[in-house]
Design a protein around this ligand. Structure first.
Ligand code: COA
Length: 128
């Protein structure tokens, strides 16, 4: 399963693919993962805060609501476990992802300059 997940991750992030062992390490460190052939989301809950670690949808399945649906599941799980805020970071030039997060109620709270190989990271949060 983690091998298929790594293959899908490579389709979503061709310049920074993660290995199956990276996902195994994330699970060991307490992250939660939902994955199917269409997409994946990884999140972490720590006390009253939660964080989206990564999210991706197969290129052939995009703009059909899959990422939004996975976000709802992660937010719901985090809330059930006591979190009241979800945080994430997204590259400033990743327009599809920023549009998707904004549509799902996330707002910008800061910037980490040159965080991704010279590209700014936008910090976003949502009350859940
Ligand atoms: C970002 C990503 C996860 C979005 O997945 P998705 O399943 O296509 O997103 P959704 O279908 O839930 O989109 C919800 C909304 O986001 C916006 N959106 C999504 N893709 C968009 C695009 N290419 N251009 C403009 N807006 C977009 C739209 O408002 C969309 O609603 P609409 O379809 O009703 O107009 C997907 O494009 C992806 O896997 N990208 C590569 C990996 C990545 O960048 N991950 C995010 C890292 S922070």
């Amino acid at each position: 399963m983690l091998n298929e997940l790594a293959q899908l991750h490579a389709l979503c992030f061709p310049h920074k693919p993660w290995a199956a062992s990276d996902f195994a390490d994330l699970k060991k460190s307490g992250c939660d993962i939902i994955a199917s052939e269409h997409g994946f989301i990884v999140w972490r809950v720590v006390a009253d805060q939660a964080e989206i670690i990564t999210i991706g949808v197969h290129p052939d399945a995009r703009q059909t609501g899959i990422a939004s649906a996975m976000l709802v599941l992660a937010e719901s799980d985090a809330k059930t476990r006591g979190a009241n805020k979800m945080f994430l970071e997204v590259a400033e030039n990743n327009r599809p992802a920023r549009a998707m997060y904004e549509k799902n109620g996330y707002t910008q709270i800061g910037v980490r300059p040159k965080y991704y190989d010279g590209v700014d990271a936008i910090l976003m949060e949502k009350n859940i």
